[in-house]
Design a protein around this ligand. Structure first.
Ligand code: ADP
Ligand code: MG
Length: 230
């Protein structure tokens, strides 16, 4: 199944998978993610929303758009058919305005995940070391403070444990001022699964799960990006 997704994208001449394809791959690798379906029309978006169940999130699906929110391509917390119809129109108009050349395949309709502690997992290929895996805390902690850890793939559980513990923001994962803690063993599992996945698939150049919402009893990848080797 994973091989099909990759083969299909290649056949279409794409090296960047859509979020729908990327989530299919990570789901097959045992990583929890949102339900997600493609809708190509306003009417379909409403139908998919009813199937998935409100509240939903709508996002632009385009192989040309890398940062969906930068082009107004993400609408969260949609609670009704009317809200979904409006969001569909707003996304289409906004993407057209910000990136007129982008080829838009439609929108993805997905489960609205309950808020959690945002973490990110990424992989890339180093010229010298080959695939490397990165872990960090989401939002400003990564963007401003660059609070991330790296290891060479493949990693073992001990490496995963260290990657998590060596973050300056580690106390946040333990629950800070009444915030829900993250489940550390489940985060270790996540890192091990991502490492094994890219280790077994040399055709993957880059992978980003940004963000993953971490809870005390689970986690869910709400965004996924995969780039194939060209
Ligand atoms: P981008 O391409 O801009 O990275 P994302 O898919 O990461 O777009 O969405 C932007 C933000 O919207 C995320 O950081 C997250 O906070 C929120 N978000 C995205 N998808 C969901 C979802 N399914 N459930 C809840 N929140 C979401
Ligand atoms: Mg993202």
């Amino acid at each position: 199944m994973a091989a099909d997704v990759i083969a299909q994208a290649r056949q279409a001449g794409r090296t960047q998978l859509t979020e729908i394809e990327a989530k299919e791959l990570i789901r097959a690798a045992g990583i929890p993610t949102t339900a997600i379906r493609l809708a190509t029309t306003r009417k379909e978006a409403v139908e998919r929303s009813r199937e998935i169940g409100f509240p939903v999130v709508l996002k632009v699906v385009s192989p040309d758009v890398v940062h969906k929110s930068d082009v107004g391509g993400v609408k969260v917390g949609l609670n009704s058919a009317a809200a979904v119809e409006r969001a569909f129109g707003d996304i289409m108009a906004s993407v057209k305005l910000h990136q007129p050349q982008a080829k838009v395949m439609g929108v993805s309709v997905q489960t609205m995940a309950r808020p959690g502690l945002e973490v990110i997992v990424g992989t890339s290929k180093d010229a010298q070391f080959g695939p490397v895996i990165m872990f960090g805390l989401g939002g400003i902690l990564v963007e401003v403070l660059k609070d991330v850890s790296f290891r060479i793939v493949p990693i073992e559980r001990r490496d995963a444990r260290q990657m998590i513990h060596e973050l300056k923001g580690f106390p946040l994962l333990q629950g800070y001022r009444g915030q829900e803690p993250a489940n550390i063993p489940m985060l270790e599992d996540l890192l091990l699964k991502v490492s094994a996945f890219v280790d077994q698939r040399p055709e993957i150049k880059e992978m980003d799960l940004n963000p993953v919402f971490a809870y005390k009893d689970g986690l869910v990848a709400v965004d996924a990006r995969v780039v194939l080797e060209s």
